[in-house]
Ligand binder design. Structure first.
Ligand SMILES: [Fe+2]
Length: 287
């Protein structure tokens, strides 16, 4: 049976940076061999693949090893570290024009048909700051603020505005492509790095001051507004970023999954049967 594998937060660059740990490279290569044994038809890559200086190298390596399987991917915040969001997105889009196996979902203008009944959409996503409870939220300084050009150049209110803008941009992309996808497919997979709902970050909910970096309210609202209009279509949302395992059903026709990838110990998050029937896939995720 054809299936997709979902991988995320690989931080593949670790094995090239840490010379004190040669086993790490072997572990990553063994992991890729394992993926080849599983023999997926499609690979879904959920972001935080490598910091910007190693990103192109790692994406090309993945595409080369996994070929001819298409690698559909989004970027995570750590992929932008030591560069800027605009630069990395531009470079990655350019890279995809030279490597047919690499497909950047944030740059897609149409949903992808995985089968006749299963579609795929995605976007990097960004925590939009709208889950923050108070102004204390901006006092937390994650590495993003120091290592991503757009944030480094902004003051406190500018950073806040940027969180909102990036969240809105992502929500708009998802709204546009998901609206098309629900017209064409019975089941849609949505790949994103940042959780669209805070319920996917249970550990973060107890630390309200970090909420601005956890999830994207605008993306969650956009997704729900589309799925409310298509009750017969089912949506499976795959995200990570917070390294916490959770499942959430914001609507009866949506299941959202967050996983807990372990740094330096890459593994397959999920294997998803690309069943030809709506019923088969629904049974697995909407029991
Ligand atoms: Fe992340």
């Amino acid at each position: 049976m054809r299936h997709a594998v979902w991988l995320t937060d690989l931080r593949f660059d670790f094995c090239y940076e840490d010379e004190t740990n040669p086993d790490l490279l072997a572990r990553y290569e063994e992991f890729l061999e394992h993926v080849l044994e599983v023999d997926p038809a499609v690979v879904l890559l959920g972001g935080d693949t490598a910091v910007s200086s190693r990103l192109a190298f790692c994406l090309k390596h993945l595409a080369r090893v996994l070929q001819p399987r298409p690698v559909y991917f989004v970027l995570g915040n750590e992929d932008f570290w030591d560069s800027s969001i605009a630069t990395v997105r531009r470079e990655v889009s350019e890279l995809c024009t030279h490597h047919a196996g690499l497909r950047y979902l944030s740059a897609a203008t149409e949903p992808v048909a995985l089968t006749k009944v299963i579609g795929l959409v995605g976007h990097d996503g960004w925590p939009d700051g709208r889950f923050a409870k108070n102004d204390m939220a901006t006092s937390a300084l994650p590495q993003d603020y120091e290592r991503i050009g757009e944030f480094r150049a902004a003051d406190k209110s500018g950073r806040w505005q940027l969180l909102n803008t990036l969240g809105d941009e992502s929500a708009e992309h998802l709204r546009r492509l998901l609206s098309k996808a629900v017209e064409r497919f019975q089941v849609v997979l949505l790949l994103t790095h940042v959780p669209p709902w805070l319920e996917l970050a249970p550990h973060a909910m107890t630390r309200q001051y970090h909420n601005d970096h956890c999830a994207s309210r605008s993306a969650g609202e956009a997704i729900c507004s589309v799925m409310q209009t298509a009750p017969r279509c089912r949506l499976i949302v795959l995200c990570s970023h917070l390294h916490g395992e959770a499942e959430y059903h914001p609507l009866p026709n949506i299941v959202a999954l967050s996983e807990n990838p372990s740094r330096g110990y890459p593994c397959i998050m999920r294997t998803i049967d690309l069943a030809e029937s709506y019923e088969e896939l629904s049974k697995e995720f909407f029991a």
